[in-house]
Design a protein around this ligand. Sequence first.
Ligand code: UD1
Length: 345
Amino acid sequence: MKLPADKVHRLRPFYGGRTICVTGGAGFIGGHLVDTLLSLGASIRVLDDLSNSTLEHLAELIELEPERVRFIRGSVLDDEALAEAMSGASTVFHLGAMCSVQRSVEDPQRSFSVNATGTLRVLQAARKTSSLSGAGVERVVLASSSSLYGDDPSLPRVESQLPRPLSPYAAGKLAAEHLMSVHARCFGMSTISLRLFNVFGPRQTADSPYSGVVASFAKRMLAGESPVIFGDGLQTRDFTFVADAVLAFLLAGFAKVPPRGEVVNVGTGRSVTLLELARAMGQAVGAPHVHPTLQPERPADVKHSLADISRARELIGYEPTYTLEAGLAELIEWCRQSVNSGQSA
Ligand code: UD1
């Protein structure tokens, strides 16, 4: 997975030599962000409590780059761990969260506490670094979620429309975004929230009932089983390959005009039904005749989701570089390689 050469050319002089804090850096998107930051020459501090991730990938990076990767095991609710992870950092990428819609339905309190209060703690810790040293964290970038648009029927989603969260998870992310913009307006910090639309790619967990749909489909189809669809399969999503999500984070951290609490959609602008996804994955794995099994719709499930990415283009210069098919091909290739090398895919 590579960044486009023109982007590397612009981003390397900025990130090279910097210290960057990534909360949730042992997780799926965070892990890819850490990889790319390392390739750009940055030093990384990862804060993660490993509640929905493992050290497997990060341990490899630490072995390769012991001087440039530091791991702090702790929660985003732990002020001491936050202070340690942010010391010397100029940018905070805040991805530490309880990231499942379904888990939030089962444990709303925990979801809200980690996602909303956790963001408040991250912001306050970032603010303290500047008051302590004068040269602390310059910008905080939040991984927010397209799920907060909820059941508003208007598509594509534009940032100016009224959010209508359907799950505790979405409500928590909305609160987190407000805390981000309040820290810009009330405390003069540079903050920006990225509303990520269904990110998929290598290393996304496929083993849990909360796994994302692309990872679940890939696992089942590669095992010769039919994918399970909750509902009629006509629900739509805007599937974003993880390299594009990473690119959006890097551009948001880099943007020359300091963001002041803005929110931006990060997707592709293409709407795909789950039935179409199953078909495209059937092609990618070489099993075009596998038919999905339908099961009842899940509670708090959003029916349709599609991003308008005009604001991301304008504010941070974001442009997706992967089609769904190209992303699926890379994912399937990775799954096959990790099965061959005995890793868990
Ligand atoms: C996902 C993310 C969430 C993010 C949001 C918006 C995951 C686990 N969750 O939520 O963090 O904020 O996008 O970008 O990545 N489904 C099936 N079969 C399966 C699994 C899921 O039919 O095996 C269905 C679900 O019921 C849903 C759709 O696929 O209708 C997408 O589900 P999922 O991948 O869990 O993502 P979101 O709920 O959209």
